[in-house]
Design a protein around this ligand. Structure first.
Ligand code: DAH
Length: 348
């Protein structure tokens, strides 16, 4: 057997292939079970013992030879495939790039997160409550019994009979939290979230909107604590020159009840269109938690007292960013968030 000739033939044949299939065919031809090299290899049985070693060495030379030619060609063919692919998929870098639209934080989320982090720094917990709520939590425990006229202002959507509804306010989370604490420990919580009312949508009404509820229950809490807390929030949101005032109001779940007003940040209090020439803008409802509510929720009003407040997230955002239509928040026009984000960055 002439190794040299066979190696030369193999090399020639391997170099002559033009694709991987042909190359693999050659592998079968030489190295397959019935391949040329395999058959030669099998013949070692017929070789006299003293020649077996030399024969074996020759066989190895053939096998290694084939493998070397094979691997080299394989690499070459694979590289050619890759090159072709790269060429086909080449990116024309002279083309102008498609612009990836930049996102911006949602304005309502921003307001909520801002208030959350401020109040968390004052020891408040941020809690969640269900949007599908029971009448008991949304109204009854909050001192608004069935048939009470205070319900009229908060007509909502009923899901099942007249007991399961979409919450008309975040105030039910007050009741849920107090009941969870079982009248034993102070409460400091805020709850931001969606609320619903059966309102016809217009520039200032939306059937779905967001509130940020706050509740503090402890010993010896008075209206001045509410005023101080509100002062911190108002200055944080609207600037350090902001003045605050409490104006008498009415809510079923607080006594006394107040509206929380800030001095108009546009005119500084002298009167303009934004504050309807009053110099003041109302931003939240609040009051001292009604003894009935404390009692309903397991807190003894002779020991505990507290205050609560409720901001409208959209109202805060509309005031802060000069948005005149509440529907802006629900029309998913991303530019609104972007414009406001840019405004803020410039102001920083
Ligand atoms: N839940 C009230 C509303 O939707 C807002 C509010 C007023 C919340 C007074 C309070 C509060 O916690 O004390 O109009």
């Amino acid at each position: 057997m002439d190794n040299k000739m066979l190696l030369e033939t193999m090399e020639k044949e391997i170099n002559g292939v033009s694709n991987l299939n042909e190359l693999n065919d050659l592998k079968v031809k030489y190295m397959g079970k019935k391949g040329i090299i395999s058959e030669l290899n099998a013949k070692i049985r017929e070789v006299p013992n003293e020649e077996k070693k030399a024969y074996g060495e020759k066989m190895n030379e053939l096998k290694n030879g084939f493998n070397n030619f094979f691997e080299e060609k394989k690499k070459e063919l694979e590289q050619a495939i890759l090159n072709e692919k790269l060429e086909k998929e080449a990116i024309d870098i002279s083309l102008p790039a498609t612009k990836v639209p930049m996102g911006a934080p949602n304005i309502l989320e921003k307001i909520i997160e801002d208030i959350e982090s401020l109040l968390m720094s004052m020891g408040y917990d941020v809690v969640d409550g269900p949007e599908v709520e029971e009448d008991r939590f949304n109204f009854e425990l909050l001192n608004i019994p069935k048939g009470h006229p205070a319900r009229d202002a908060q007509d909502t959507f009923y899901l099942k009979g007249d007991e399961i509804l979409l919450r008309s306010q975040t105030s039910p989370v007050q009741a849920r939290t107090m009941l969870e604490y079982q009248g034993e420990k102070p409460v400091r919580m805020i709850c931001p979230g969606k609320t619903y009312r059966r309102d016809d949508d217009d520039a200032t009404h939306s059937h779905q909107f967001m509130q940020i509820e706050g509740l503090l229950v402890d010993k010896n809490i008075s209206l001045s604590d509410l005023k101080g807390t509100f002062d911190v929030i108002a200055k944080h949101l609207f600037g350090s020159k902001t003045e605050t005032r409490l104006r008498p109001s009415y809510y079923q779940f607080t006594e006394p009840s107040v509206e929380l007003d800030i001095s108009c940040f546009k005119c500084g209090g002298s009167g303009c269109a934004l504050c309807k020439n009053s110099g003041w803008i109302t931003v939240a409802g609040a009051g001292m938690v009604h003894p009935n509510v404390l009692r309903n929720c397991g807190y003894d009003p002779s020991i505990w007292s507290g205050f609560a407040f409720g901001f409208g997230a959209e109202r805060l955002a509309m005031l802060k960013y000069g948005i005149s239509d509440i529907r802006t928040f629900y029309q998913t026009d991303l530019r609104v968030n972007q414009v406001i984000d840019r405004m803020e960055v410039q102001n920083d």
